[in-house]
Each structure stands twice: as structure tokens, then as C-alpha cells.
Design a binder for this molecule. Sequence first.
Ligand code: ATP
Ligand code: MG
Length: 241
Amino acid sequence: MNALQATDLRKSFHVEGRDIDVLRGVSLALPKGAFHAVMGPSGSGKSTLLNLLAGLLRPDAGEVSVAGRPLAGLSDRELTLLRRRAIGVVFQDCNLIPTLTVAQNIALPALLDGRALPEARLATLLRLVGLEHRRDQPADRLSGGEAQRTAIARAFAMAPGVILADEPTGNLDSPAAADFCATLTRLNRELGAAILLISHDPQVAAAADRVHLLRDGRILGAFETGHDPARVSAEYLGRLA
Ligand SMILES: Nc1ncnc2c1ncn2[C@@H]1O[C@H](COP(=O)(O)OP(=O)(O)OP(=O)(O)O)[C@@H](O)[C@H]1O
Ligand SMILES: [Mg+2]
């Protein structure tokens, strides 16, 4: 069973009296524990796809399953619980609560779920993202890279099976982006959650093992990265040409 499975997803938006077909039949499988990326030009539908996979948007047709559970059959309440426990999401803007500390931000999903995050889990997360020394720092006093590593630790807090990240390095300079990618790889290997990373940056996408190419609302194909940015860049530009 896949951690995440999308089958023939379609989504249109109605704008000024006409329909824009953003996704025109997207299928994609993310096996358990896998680390994949989605690349595609601006406007190709990457964020729309991520929002469908996260259950934040409902598709017009097609199906999303998380650990074999179709999202379509879930009530809003069940969907909220699934999003809280089974899917971790990171956006370009890390959406931390500025007045809470790093530790409090990471523990927030557990708190929302009515429990405390076990201290051992918090300590593991802080270690894996390299923020033990920032534990009690308010989030509004972090660098961009530290803030994004706090956000990824928070996404992993509930031990979800799937992590979805939409351009998480979009606001970072290249050393901070490289550091964030190394952190993602470490979390993937040590905690085992499957990751789907959206990026149009070959340097960033090369952290994943496999890249799915999205263009004009369709998957053009997929390739192995070999963790080599030059190869990712050549494949990406070559296949989109
Ligand atoms: N809520 C919406 N209403 C209307 N149109 C939308 C909506 N969301 C997205 N779109 C349109 O869908 C298309 C795809 O948008 P999307 O944000 O998924 O692209 P993207 O691949 O993430 O682009 P980028 O790389 O710039 O983030 C765009 O043409 C966008 O204008
Ligand atoms: Mg986007």
C-alpha cells in the first residue's frame, strides 16, 4: 500500500465566467517511506495538486488516498483529524506562531489534538533539525532557515506517514536551502515518513530520490535524481522542451 496515492485528479477553477482546467488527470504514487519531488513551471498546477493531496481542496474528479484511505468518503471532522495526524504540511511561508518558542511551535499539533508532545519526541525532533540551542527562542527571533526547520519539525511532530512541502526553500538563500534539504533527508531516513517536495529548483529537488514532472496539469513522466542537481536540471529542461 502506498503512503499517498492520487488517481486521475481533475480540478478546474471558475474565473470571470470561464473554467480554467488546472489539473487534467494527474496520477501519482508515493510509496511508504519514499522521498519524491514534483517539478513543473510556474502555473503548472503544483500548489493546486498539493492542496488536493493535503485534503485542503476537493477534486472535481479522481481520488486521493492516504495510507489506503480515500479522502472522498471522509466527513469534514474526519478530514481535520486525518490532516492533523496523518499528513504534515510545510509551505513557503512557514506559518509559525511568532510569540511561541521553537519548542511550543513544534508541540502545537499535539496540543491541538488534546495531548502533550512527549519530551523524548520533542528532543529527537530538535536534534534532527539542529535546533536544540534555539529551543526556547520565540519564533519571531529566528533566521529564515531556523524558522523553516522549526516548521518541518512541527510537520513531523505527530509522526505522520506523509509530509507535503510546497516550495519550502522559496524564501531561503542557497546555503540555508541546502541545509533544509539535508534536514529533510535526515528526517526521512530516521523517522520514515514519506515526503513529497514541490520545487522548481533542481538543487532542491535533487534531495529527493525521484522527480515527477508536471506540465499544463498533467504528469509528463518521472525520473530518478541520483541526488545530482546537474542531472535533475538536464532532465527537467530536456523533458519540458
Ligand atoms: N483558487 C483559485 N482560483 C482560480 N484560479 C486558481 C486558483 N488557484 C490556482 N489557480 C490557477 O491555477 C493555475 C495553477 O496554479 P498553481 O498555484 O497550482 O500553480 P503552481 O504550479 O503552484 O505555480 P507556482 O510555481 O507559481 O507556485 C494558475 O493559472 C492559477 O492562476
Ligand atoms: Mg505554487
